[in-house]
Design a protein around this ligand. Structure first.
Ligand code: HEC
Ligand code: HEC
Ligand code: HEC
Ligand code: HEC
Length: 421
């Protein structure tokens, strides 16, 4: 998410520097949505929430277009579902700027736009507007060295080169300058440019970390996006006074600390992050409601019992624990809207992925660093309370959570007295 704010920050700085004289266009060549854990036709709620956020942020940052690659299809299928499509577009107008000329929907889905057109005002040289046509193309999903899967999430990926030949003559009538966003290997991108004289620029992506000079075929310049948001590919297009291309030069801008976050973009990121948390929360709630009763950690099925039970017999330890930071470790995450982030909760709860905490809605009794985070699952001890349960070796047990990264000041001699009971 931070990468996106920097990208927006750079573009905003560029616009300010050039006093809006050189218009900037912001495109994504594909693979901008996650298909992480796409199983049995379903994405998990947190992946949906993150993708939704990207689509919203692209809209708010004024992105001109984004190309659909095969990896984008599982979430694109949610966006393009006929059911509720109009209200989804109201909520996320960027849906209309997601483009592919070679992805065909089934009955239940809308087709993505085969191309989008963006008109930009020209200040230098010949005044007027330049109509920029942007077409999207992708290969099928490689499943082995020779085979590609063309059927994904209710869509069929057809031959990208044939689709380009079919659509480009039509687009040429409506646009002055044509960009192909191509999620294709390099030899295919070269063919695309050789076969289609309409193209001015091919922006490719293929999880490549190349930063070479662009190639040229016909009129077209071919350049590739860097695989991560670490570098922003920038193509400068210089036009002659008559509007034809004089020169196109590219470079890669490192999106490091030297690029300030655009404050407005940072606000969008913060706002979107809240949205994202609310979505995650809703998702977690729905998952809890939808889970069969046997999946919920009911009173009897977990090896953990939760602090309230321990408190009934160990009131003194409980009172001490309540005054330590361990007892409100979840509140700490909530303050930062990170209570649904699996990367955070694992150390701020009891028994994550070990039959304890799952999510705030389904297992709130296991939030916070509790007795059983240190003493281990207590069900058997509660059933038969006696000595011998729960010895914790220190400091080994502490540094499971008090790692160098998350607790750089940890020192057992000074920390232990603060939680001793
Ligand atoms: C029904 C009452 C009861 C409950 C509930 C209970 N305990 Fe105990 N616990 C005991 C008794 C009794 C002992 C033995 C005390 C003794 O003999 O010194 C004990 C001992 C312990 C010991 C020390 C073991 C030792 O060998 O010295 C720990 C640690 C402990 N309990 C933790 C917990 C935790 C954590 C929970 C909640 C998961 C819990 N207890 C719930 C009654 C209970
Ligand atoms: C399950 C993970 C986990 C384990 C195990 C753990 N801690 Fe912590 N500890 C945390 C977290 C998370 C916080 C931050 C709590 C907060 O303020 O949100 C914390 C905070 C603390 C603090 C600062 C808060 C305060 O009350 O002053 C001390 C001291 C501390 N831990 C000591 C220990 C010691 C000593 C051990 C080992 C005996 C230990 N912890 C084991 C997760 C853990
Ligand atoms: C490997 C375990 C671990 C992970 C993962 C982890 N934390 Fe923590 N966190 C701790 C421990 C331990 C402390 C206590 C640090 C200390 O006081 O020395 C802590 C403390 C904190 C504090 C400071 C509490 C305070 O007020 O002093 C915040 C905020 C926090 N964590 C947020 C997060 C967030 C957000 C994430 C996810 C990005 C996260 N943590 C992931 C173990 C972890
Ligand atoms: C951060 C880790 C941690 C947490 C959280 C924690 N304990 Fe302990 N507890 C220890 C350590 C370490 C000892 C001393 C070594 C041992 O006995 O394992 C101890 C000792 C005990 C003892 C034995 C005391 C004695 O006199 O021998 C009991 C009982 C106990 N804890 C109960 C609890 C209960 C109940 C809670 C929750 C309300 C709790 N502990 C939370 C780490 C923890």
């Amino acid at each position: 998410m931070g990468g996106l704010a920097r990208r927006a920050g750079y573009i905003r700085a560029f616009e300010l520097r050039s006093a809006s004289e050189a218009p900037a266009l912001f495109v994504d060549a594909g693979n901008f949505l996650s298909d992480d854990k796409f199983i049995a036709g379903q994405l998990p709620p947190e992946v949906i929430a993150k993708n939704r956020w990207v689509v919203k942020a692209y809209g708010q940052f004024g992105q001109a277009a984004a190309n659909l690659s095969y990896d984008d299809l599982p979430y694109a299928a949610e966006l393009l579902k006929k059911d509720g499509y109009a209200s989804r577009v109201d909520d996320m107008p960027f849906i209309k700027r997601i483009t592919s000329a070679n992805i065909i929907p089934d009955q239940a889905h809308e087709a993505p736009a085969p191309y989008v057109i963006k008109e930009i005002p020209l200040k230098r040289g010949k005044p007027g507007t330049l109509r920029i046509g942007i077409i999207g193309l992708t290969e099928g999903k490689p499943v082995s060295t020779t085979e590609k899967d063309a059927q994904i999430a209710g869509f069929t990926i057809v031959d990208p080169l044939q689709a380009a030949k079919r659509v480009l003559p039509e687009l040429k009538k409506k646009a002055d300058y044509i960009i192909a966003l191509a999620y294709l290997p390099q030899d295919q991108a070269n063919l695309l440019a050789t076969q289609n004289p309409e193209l001015d620029l091919v922006v490719g992506a293929h999880q490549l970390s190349l930063m070479g000079d662009p190639a040229h075929f016909n009129r077209a310049t071919i350049t590739y996006a860097y695989t991560q948001t670490k570098y922003l590919g920038e193509m400068r297009v210089y036009l002659k006074p008559d509007g034809s291309i004089e020169n196109q030069a590219n470079r890669y801008v490192a999106l490091d600390d030297a690029i300030p976050d655009d404050p407005a973009a940072a606000d969008v990121v913060a706002g979107a992050h809240n949205d994202f948390t609310a979505e995650q929360s809703k998702g977690a709630q729905q998952a809890a409601a939808a889970a069969p009763a046997s999946n919920l950690l009911g009173a009897a099925s977990s090896a953990y019992v939760g602090v309230d039970q321990c408190a009934t017999c160990h009131a003194r330890e409980f009172e001490i624990w309540k005054r330590t930071g361990h007892s409100h470790a979840m509140e700490t995450l909530e303050k930062r809207s990170q209570q649904f982030d699996a990367n955070c909760v694992k150390c701020h709860v009891v028994g994550y992925e070990k039959g304890g905490f799952q999510a705030l809605y389904s297992t709130p009794q296991f939030a916070n660093v509790q007795c059983e985070s240190c003493h281990g699952p207590g069900r058997q001890h509660v059933d038969r309370p006696e000595k011998g349960y729960g010895f914790m070796s220190t400091p080994v047990g502490c540094v499971q959570c008090h790692t160098q990264a998350n607790s750089p000041d940890f020192n057992f001699e000074t920390y232990y007295p603060k939680i001793k009971h």
